[in-house]
Design a protein around this ligand. Sequence first.
Ligand SMILES: [Mn+2]
Length: 331
Amino acid sequence: MKTLGPTKNFLAIEDKYSSLDTASIAIVSAPYEHTVSYGGGAGKGPKAILKASAYVEFYDDEFDRELCFEEGITTLKPLSFGKSVDRAALDILEEQVTNLLDMEKFVVTLGGEHTISTAPIAAHYRRYPKMSILQFDAHSDLRASYEGSPWSHASIMARVAEFFPSERITQVGIRAQCKEEAEFIRSHGVQTFYASGIRRGTYGDWIERVVNSLGQDVYVTFDVDALDPAEMPSTGTPEPEGLRYTEALAVLRALVASGRNIIGFDVVELAPIEGLHYPDLTAARLVYKMLNLAYESRRKQPTPEPPQRRTRTSSRRKQTRRTTPRKGTRK
Ligand SMILES: [Mn+2]
């Protein structure tokens, strides 16, 4: 597996913090775009996130740490799907994620259209058979097929539900779906928290309800269109009445506070708009914040996952690192 160097990798970090051998976190890029129905461009998402990540600070004030230097983050060379589509493309991604999990990495997958999430979900599910899925999304993505394709981004959770218990799927921020999907949710016990219900107070303390709907191990699939278009316009199908960035984080913070364990995640459907930087940076910051939250959740586990007992080498932290301002220092 080839990795990206400091000029192109996540957070633009030096080789000693980003080598495949030593890093405990691996970033996988899946620039797959085949069935996008409205606005295109999700195939450019991973690259835009990596590029914007060079302007994300290493230090996280919430956890008072520089996770990237403590754990190391390696960024795999973006996958090339060639002419492969649908199941064949997903197999390529699933193989890479599985290999990285076998190497005891914490795996983050960047999309690409939402279809790609099937692969990391399947790979994590094999390793964490009790896991739940927390899906941030404007759409429930439960259509049996869409525009003739069962592998559409609008059908991803329907495909997942074919191999994963649907009652262990929790969806948050849903605000656009068809009747068939609403019926699927009712008949299959999917735990869906609609944006309208959140705003109308239907769920009471909705964040607590979301957290309580999940099991101990949680895989997060984050479709950026869950966020309100004001904060996240760069996505194929932006829908009003979305979650605020800070609300999405509040859910994840509550999840971590509850003692649950974030075992892996993906961030998908960023379709960059040329000349509009902030949504790319928002997505990059989301990835790093989710990593910080995931590692906080791991720290709180009573017994760490077996091979995760990496001894933190103090020498590693003392090595030189960039202390000059980030590239993006404001003028
Ligand atoms: Mn989606």
